[in-house]
Design a protein around this ligand. Structure first.
Ligand SMILES: Cc1ncc(COP(=O)(O)O)c(C=O)c1O
Length: 435
């Protein structure tokens, strides 16, 4: 059980309250967690409490905290050269781009590096607009694309769209969320409905033309809503007919997270024109990557610049992270441990009628928390209580969903069976605590 809050913790929290934007809102209400250090799969707060980490700093620390191979490469790179800007060429950036061209599906070949997922998505949209000469981007309800003006416009969560957005060139179409399918439609009928919604939306546009359709294979912030397998294959021809490109946002699903494959979209059987990555790609070093086909990349004519784009330290961290993922076959581990995690979650859910849905793929699994009366009414209060109970039990998990009622569980890709059992034991206890 956690020890009482120390003076140091109280002091840091007071300074946080005074000197940061209040919009920087940590988890756990009045009792935020102040992290002191982290190693492997454990995080310690400054009062000495240890937590098993099943969230990885939002699916970012993919190969474990302070991973030795990644840390060694980062230190080596820091000592060699820390910063160049994109005005000079650095070898690690070029080597990473070369590797990504080989590892990503289809004809994706040219990269643009930035420092975040938001910037990666901004770049994708700019490239799609320049390559097609069209402006409108169609994306899904419940999407999260980032915190810049354009990506907030693409985001379909009111709570994440601060201060006015650029909605004119964005359309949000119905997302195929099986748990919340209207009128109890089955998966096939739901996909039909969503495809029809896209067709009708395209009909509302001048000339029916778009720059792109953009989607996450699993809606991350949206609560790990897994797109049905057929959906993207059904959407693709409509998008192409409308002159648009397929942009797949793999900021959460990339690099083994979904199990069995490096990129999430490989499970869906389409070849995107543009893909974006960030989070888990560099184990916590700031990175954003937009990768496109040669035609799309070459259409971005003129000059563009990112001070921190291709930063050698982030590039070295990404190269080392990818090496660990490949050498240890972590997509395979994510698949095996993901199945084990899922079995535990389903067993726990069977005891609690307020767990409405268990879903996800690989090491990206979620519980949707609802009223226990079968109405599917979202229960964000119990979700918050569950997060806090898990913390008291020494387990960190995340929260998400349009209605704030989804628990997101995403252990590091390096997790083993013993840790899955341990974490799920703690989560089961937390579920009992809030029952
Ligand atoms: C799917 C997806 N795209 C884009 C972003 C934005 O990434 P960043 O926070 O690095 O700007 C996020 C962040 O959570 C995300 O989940």
């Amino acid at each position: 059980m956690p020890v009482p809050r120390s003076e140091r913790t109280a002091d840091i929290l007071e300074a946080h309250r005074r000197y940061l934007f209040p919009a920087v809102h940590p988890y756990y209400g009045d009792d935020p967690l102040v992290v002191e250090r982290a190693h492997g799969h454990t995080v310690w707060d400054i009062d000495g409490n240890a937590y098993l980490d099943f969230f990885g700093g939002v699916l970012t620390v993919s190969v474990g905290h302070a991973n030795e191979a990644v840390t060694a490469r980062v230190i080596e790179q820091l000592e060699r050269v820390q910063h160049t800007s994109t005005l000079y060429v650095n070898e690690v950036m070029v080597r990473l781009a070369e590797k990504l061209a080989a590892l990503t599906p289809g004809r994706l070949q040219r990269c643009f590096f930035t420092s975040s997922g938001s910037e990666a998505n901004e770049t994708a949209v700019t490239a799609a607009r320049m390559a097609t000469g069209n402006r409108t981007v169609v994306t899904l309800r419940n999407a999260y694309a980032g915190r810049t003006l354009e990506t907030m416009s693409l985001t379909a969560h009111g709570s994440w769209r601060l201060g006015g957005t650029f909605d004119g060139d964005v359309r949000h179409v119905r997302n195929p969320d099986r748990y919340r399918a209207p009128l109890g439609l089955d998966e096939e009928a739901l996909v039909e409905l969503c495809v029809r919604d896209l067709e009708e939306t395209l009909e509302t546009l001048p000339g029916g033309r778009i720059a792109a359709f953009m989607a996450e294979p699993i809606q991350g912030v949206g609560g790990f809503v897994v797109l049905p397998r057929d959906y993207l294959r059904r959407v693709e021809p409509l998008v192409r007919e409308a002159g648009g490109l397929m942009i797949i946002d793999e900021v959460q699903t990339g690099w083994g997270r979904t199990g069995g494959r490096l990129c999430g979209v490989e499970h869906w059987g389409i070849e995107p024109d543009i893909m974006t990555f960030a989070k888990g790609m560099a184990n916590g070093a700031p990175i954003g990557c937009t990768i496109a086909t040669p035609e799309v990349a070459d259409a971005v004519t003129g000059t563009t610049f990112a001070t921190f784009g291709g930063n050698p330290v982030s590039m070295a961290a990404a190269l080392a992270t990818l090496e660990v993922i490949l050498e240890r076959d972590l997509p395979d581990n994510a698949e095996r441990q993901g199945l084990r995690l899922r079995a535990h979650l389903e067993a726990a859910a069977a005891d609690h009628p307020f767990v409405g849905d268990v879903r996800g793929m690989g090491l990206m699994q979620a519980l949707e928390i609802v009223a226990a009366d079968g109405s599917k009414r979202p229960d964000p209060e119990r979700t918050e209580a569950l997060l806090q109970a898990a913390r008291r039990r020494g387990l960190l998990v995340g929260r998400g969903g349009l209605r704030g009622n989804v628990v997101r569980i995403a252990p590091h890709l390096t997790v083993d069976a013993k840790e899955i059992d341990d974490g799920c034991g703690r989560l089961a206890a937390a579920l009992r605590d809030v029952a």
